[in-house]
Design a protein around this ligand. Structure first.
Ligand code: ADP
Ligand code: MG
Length: 341
């Protein structure tokens, strides 16, 4: 129980626990600041279902993500605000990976009855800040007590113009492979934090408050790319997903992978291989995509895009050409929660 108090400003004894506030009052309390695009909302929080209207000529996107305390986050090393912020980023990133626009969420929380509601408020503040930034509505949810760890689940709804969602399965032989911004960025920040290192300001924030690539995802869709995936489990894993969904071979160039200078710095300090942060480090929430070669100059004009390889015929696999021209097969091992322990 004590761990929940470390991020609240309340004096000992002043905690308001979920069981004292009650579900009804809690819901009333979090209802403020939930609607950022009223034009699509018919009824929000308060009825058996929310009612929203979807634009004609769109396909609807829906996805869900869960964060379990002790598995995906811990209040020992994450602020409650950052838990909410990151949960939203994970969901928004799935919409970004389809080239979509996020519209609505519902969220459910399971928390111990003795939890200080100031903690829940902070998680909600992180969620709401991201919702405000992307004009998303919080249309409802569920609140339950549990004797187990805290569990937060967000279901997100978005849309794309009809028939334009970008799938993992669309890669074609002859495509070029691109990624957005830096990869291995969040893993660098996590490494710096866990070794208690000074500096590493950029990547520490990248780990604590990663942002989704909604705008770039939409721009890439509009250009006419063939396939896309978001990088939540490391570049190696995500490229393998595209290769197997599309049944193609992907070859990337190690020295083309964009790494931040802090990644090189940390790798040097820890005597590790910097590219491993990109291939196997999780939660960058950048995008990896394949596109016809004819788009090359348009892609080069977009800020934050780097071409790292190409799609070739052959078995569904990912290979990397190292600076000394050795060819390595990149396994799908990424940041996978089921394989950690
Ligand atoms: P029901 O019994 O019909 O499921 P609830 O009492 O669970 O209704 O919820 C009442 C209203 O509050 C519903 O609109 C529901 O979507 C919303 N709600 C409940 N919990 C949350 C939450 N944690 N966040 C946002 N909305 C919530
Ligand atoms: Mg309910």
């Amino acid at each position: 129980m004590l761990q929940y108090n470390m991020y609240t400003n309340r004096k000992p004894g002043d905690e308001m626990q979920l069981k004292d506030v009650g579900e009804f009052n809690f819901i009333r309390h979090i209802q403020d600041n939930t609607i950022h695009d009223p034009s699509t909302v018919i009824t929000g929080i308060g009825d058996d279902c929310a009612v929203y209207s979807a634009k004609e000529e769109t396909d609807q996107l829906i996805s869900t993500d869960t964060m379990v305390e002790g598995v995906h986050f811990s209040f020992h090393y994450m602020k409650p605000y950052d838990v909410g912020y990151r949960l939203m980023t994970a969901n928004l990133s799935d919409i970004a990976a389809m080239g979509g626009t996020p519209r609505q969420i519902v969220l459910s929380v399971a928390a111990p009855e003795y939890v200080d509601t100031a903690i829940l408020d902070e998680v909600y503040r992180g969620i709401k800040d991201q919702c405000a930034k992307y004009h998303l509505n919080i249309l409802g949810g569920d609140t339950v007590c549990t004797e187990g760890p805290m569990v937060w689940t967000v279901t997100i709804i978005g849309d794309v113009p009809k028939g334009t969602a970008i799938m993992r399965s669309g890669a074609q032989v002859g495509d070029i492979v691109g990624i957005t911004n830096y990869v291995g960025y969040a893993a660098t920040g996590l490494g710096a934090l866990s070794y208690n290192l000074d500096g590493y300001h950029m990547t520490k924030v990248g780990h604590q408050r990663p942002d989704p690539q909604i705008e770039l995802g939409q721009q890439l869709r509009q250009l006419g790319i063939h396939s896309m995936n978001d990088i939540s489990d490391g570049l190696g894993s995500e490229l393998n997903e595209i290769a197997s969904a599309s049944n193609v071979s992907i070859v990337i160039e190690e020295k083309a992978i964009p790494l931040h200078e802090e990644t090189y710095e940390l790798a040097k300090y820890l005597q590790t291989n910097p590219v491993d942060y990109a291939l196997y480090g999780g939660e960058d929430f950048q995008l990896v995509f394949t596109a016809p070669k004819s788009l090359l100059s348009k892609l080069e004009n977009l800020a934050g895009i780097t071409i790292i390889g190409e799609v070739v015929s052959g078995p569904a696999q990912v290979q990397m050409v190292t600076p000394d021209k050795t060819i390595k097969t990149i396994e799908a091992k990424g940041y996978n929660h089921f394989h950690e322990s």
